[in-house]
Design a protein around this ligand. Structure first.
Ligand code: PEP
Ligand code: MG
Length: 590
């Protein structure tokens, strides 16, 4: 969204809440607070054990029936087996004889009430998962907690309240995968929740069902009331309360435009992405989850510029084996051929998957990315083997995250050579010249690009991390979030240095951070000289439309002005002025 627009569109009582963009799309409507019953459980003793056992058995049967219905519903609405398996895994917990027997024993031996026995036995499963630093374990804990609540609700003979009598935007503390699926039977417009993230199961379901979602807004239920009028912008993670007529008008136009853009797909999909003065700008897409592949192809991405493989932990629910990885990478390479597939090795640690439940005071400055992999060679080797095995079509590239020194590149390449030798001995086919690249995310490596150029075939700038490390601001910390300035002069000056230092080489330099998907930054990136952008696939066609309306030489003038500006505010003013003059682009709609 363009910079001064928010101020212009706001009413005096408009409140803007920001969260994690978890499923794309826009919605305008009234809120409904969805507050699940808490079902407090206290230790209590029962007199009639047999009747308690019978009630428990009935609750289990009822819960199984509900889950089977949910699975049927999921199969009807979602064509991705992985997503359906979230619910199948829940049913398996209900059918687990060990768990069921443990609960029955608790009722028989200790004469504890059924609800207390359920609560205490389920806690033995849930608590270790909740305490884990691993996000996929936490997701699993939520799924199991959801089953526990389902059984207790059925034990107390309460109905599941999911009926919406009118179209509403659902606000919740936390949404389960089943909630996200079942509200769709009614007229749900969007989801907003305090808990959850891009990879939470509710977000996966929302994306599969095309329902916009914004998660991760602290205390959201205290910030709105049922029937409040709100706008949800699932692209940018915005929830706009009391938007007022100007905001509503703006978003009505956006909804129409987005629908039109989706319909006009075939028009823009095969149009080459280049500026009016014929400067080609290649548009790759970033891929977070396997389920994104159909939309990514449909939106006409020219390849995958970044595949965040650490997210396979969410897709598979566990550490992916070499065989699983080989199958996944090979099938992707085949589907994309001849377009390229850039596979980034696991970026573990930081705010992502925590491999060994390792706790540290400063995860962003700690055991992250390639540092973890070089300390765990078997994991790195397995992944490189799988990537190489998938490279027979010669459209696969391997990319390494969080490189901070030339030594790390050398050490990683040594492992790659070792793996290549092993595969040759095993007579396995692979691309001997598989392109090897690194992410530029740590400022220290920007100072060593001459040496880097001798070692790599391509680089991709991860502006999300590069910005946080340049500015020393943790992008996830609410206290200092305002200091995380995407348009800080240091970001663009660094981007210029990167291109300058690699100018005389044949190395492809792309950008795969969020900045490449930000309409306000695109003319500037082109003006700086960037010709490869890896973007959010849902925005790809809009980005292409913008590029088609730009003149690269004018973008260059813009970049020169920006490089002389010394504050974010000044840069924003310069960009705003530029954007308003682009012909064929409605500045107000950006
Ligand atoms: C980045 O840091 O800009 C990037 C693309 O990597 P990630 O967002 O996965 O950390
Ligand atoms: Mg990064």
């Amino acid at each position: 969204m363009n910079f001064d627009l928010i101020e212009k569109l706001k009413d005096k009582d408009t409140v803007i809440l920001t969260g994690i963009p978890s499923a794309p799309g826009y919605a305008i409507g009234k809120c409904l607070k969805y507050e699940k019953e808490k079902f407090e459980v206290y230790p209590s003793v029962v007199l009639d054990v047999n009747s308690e056992l019978e009630d428990f058995q009935n609750a289990i049967e009822k819960s199984k029936k509900e889950l089977r219905k949910i699975i049927d519903e999921a199969k009807k609405k979602i064509y991705d087996d992985k997503m359906v398996s979230i619910f199948e895994a829940q049913l398996m917990v209900l059918e687990d004889p060990q768990l069921i027997d443990a609960i029955k024993n608790e009722i028989i031996k200790n004469k504890h009430s059924a609800d207390y026995s359920i609560h205490s036995e389920f806690s033995k499963y849930i608590e270790p998962l909740q305490k884990s630093n691993d996000i996929s374990h936490k997701e699993r804990a939520k799924d199991i907690e959801d089953i526990k609540l389902r059984i207790i609700r059925n034990l107390r003979k309460k109905r599941w309240e999911s009926k919406l009598t009118q179209s509403r935007i659902i606000f919740a503390h936390e949404l389960s995968a089943a909630d996200a699926l079942l509200f769709v039977r009614n007229e749900v417009l969007a989801y907003v929740a305090e808990g959850g993230s891009l990879t939470s199961h509710a977000a996966l379901i929302a994306r599969a069902l095309n329902i916009p979602a914004v998660f991760g807004i602290e205390n959201v239920l205290n910030k709105i009331s049922s029937e409040d009028e709100v706008i949800v912008d699932g692209f940018h993670g915005l929830v706009i309360k009391n938007p007022g007529p100007k905001f509503i008008e703006y978003y009505r136009k956006k909804i129409i435009e987005y629908d039109k853009l989706k319909k006009d797909l075939s028009e823009l999909i095969n149009v080459e992405s280049k500026t009016k003065d014929n400067v080609r700008v290649k548009l790759y897409a970033n891929m977070d989850l396997l389920s994104e592949i159909p939309s990514l192809i449909a939106f006409g991405a020219e390849g995958i510029g970044l595949f965040r493989t650490e997210n396979l932990f969410f897709d598979l629910g566990d550490f992916p084996s070499e065989l699983e990885q080989t199958e996944i990478y090979s099938s992707l390479a085949e589907k994309l051929y001849p377009k390229i597939l850039t596979i980034r090795t696991f970026d573990l640690g930081g705010d992502k998957i925590n491999l060994m439940n390792y706790k540290e005071a400063n995860p962003f400055l700690g055991w992250r990315g390639i540092r973890v992999l070089l300390d765990n060679k078997p994991i790195l080797k397995n992944q490189l083997r799988a990537i190489l095995k998938a490279s027979i079509y010669k459209n696969v590239r391997v990319m390494i995250p969080m490189i901070s020194s030339v030594d790390e590149i050398v050490m990683t390449k040594e492992v790659l050579e070792e793996v290549k030798n092993e595969l040759s001995m095993e007579k396995v086919r692979f691309d001997e010249n598989i392109p090897f690249g690194i992410m530029i995310e740590v400022p220290s490596i920007v100072c060593c690009l001459n040496e880097v150029a001798q070692l790599v075939d391509f680089v991709s700038v991860g502006t999300n991390d590069l910005t946080q490390y340049l500015l020393a601001v943790d992008r996830a910390n609410q206290k200092v979030f305002k200091l995380y300035q995407q348009f800080h002069p240091s970001v663009f000056r660094t981007l210029k240095v990167i291109l300058n230092d690699l100018k005389e080489t044949k190395i492809e330099v792309s950008i795969c951070g969020e900045l490449a998907s930000n309409f306000m930054a695109i003319p500037l990136l082109i003006g700086l000289g960037y010709r490869y952008l890896s973007v959010n696939e849902y925005l790809l066609l809009q980005i292409k439309k913008l590029i088609l309306s730009l003149d690269a030489s004018e973008c260059e003038n813009l970049a020169n002005k920006v490089l002389n500006a010394c504050t974010q505010d000044k840069i924003i003013t310069i960009i705003n002025e530029f954007m308003q003059k682009i012909e064929g682009i409605d500045y107000e709609s950006l």
